[in-house]
Design a protein around this ligand. Structure first.
Ligand code: IPD
Ligand code: CA
Ligand code: CA
Length: 264
């Protein structure tokens, strides 16, 4: 049984997702047009965000918003705000790769108290509420049990052209590559975090993420028994430098990333 709050979030996500999925079906046809699908996709992105805002405002009138596309909207309730990425994995979406998601986090004061990540293509709904566990659809989630980096599949984000410190990333990659069983880069940070919660990935790291990329995922991982922190020991929601895993892998991965930072 889902709580009333999660029901509200699930309903909003499903509604926005129907539209996103229709638009995703169109992207393939647009690949051949001269202008390309980029404008179309940013439109789809904004419309999904509008749908989420309308639905959530109707259900919880005073709450504020932090929206990737339209920025911050203050609510009359100073204690609650939604932190939303209406389309995480835009590059995948644009290229017809069916791996993208809607991410909704609810912040109460300084804490994330509810999170949802929904991949409409696979129809996988990852949810969590603080203190009540994490779920994939109706199934309870638990992070992976592997204890050694040598057996772990680790996901990461690769900073693209014009963003982040490429040299630092290459140092980090080299360290993790030398220790882990495998490395993945799937292109949607919210889903990377959801996959850690589901035990599909044993760990994940990325620098330079935004609050809407991580708000929901942080809680879902913690509620699945995992550890999420900033690579340098600060608050991950603020810095966007994330390392996430079960406890032993988190410790080992953090050690490698810190060693890489010293060399970079
Ligand atoms: C991006 C994705 C990607 C990550 C980038 C994000 P967007 O979000 O999560 O995996 O590497 O840092 O900006 O732009 O697709 O919403
Ligand atoms: Ca994003
Ligand atoms: Ca986005």
């Amino acid at each position: 049984m889902r709580s009333a709050l999660l029901n509200v979030m699930v309903q909003a996500a499903r509604k926005a997702a129907r539209r996103l999925q229709r638009d995703f079906g169109e992207v393939e046809n647009l690949q051949v047009s001269m202008k390309g699908p980029a404008d179309f996709v940013s439109n789809a992105d904004r419309q999904a965000e509008d749908t989420l805002r309308e639905e959530l405002s109707r259900a919880r009138p005073g709450y504020g918003f932090v929206l990737e596309e339209r920025g911050e909207i203050k609510g009359t309730d100073p204690n609650h705000r939604w932190i939303i990425d209406p389309l995480d994995g835009t590059t995948n979406f644009l290229h017809g790769i069916p791996h993208f998601a809607i991410s909704i986090g609810l912040q109460r004061d300084d804490m994330i108290v509810a999170g949802l990540i929904y991949n409409p293509v696979s129809d996988e709904m990852f949810t969590a509420e603080r203190g009540r566990g994490a779920f994939l659809n109706d199934r309870r989630l638990r992070v992976a049990a592997r204890r050694d980096l040598s057996q772990a599949v680790i996901a990461c984000g690769i900073p693209h052209n014009g963003r982040g410190d490429h040299g630092q990333f290459r140092e980090e990659l080299a360290r993790v590559q030398a220790k882990a069983a495998g490395i993945r880069r799937l292109g949607a940070a919210a889903l990377d975090l959801a996959y850690v919660a589901a035990g599909r990935f044993d760990g994940f790291w990325e620098r330079g993420l935004k609050p809407w990329d991580v708000a929901a995922g942080l809680l879902i991982i913690r509620e699945a028994g995992g550890v999420v922190s900033d690579i340098d020991g600060r608050e991950p929601l603020l810095t966007g430098n994330i390392v996430a895993a079960n406890e032993p892998i988190h410790a080992e991965l953090s050690r490698e990333l810190k060693a890489a930072a010293r060399r970079a």
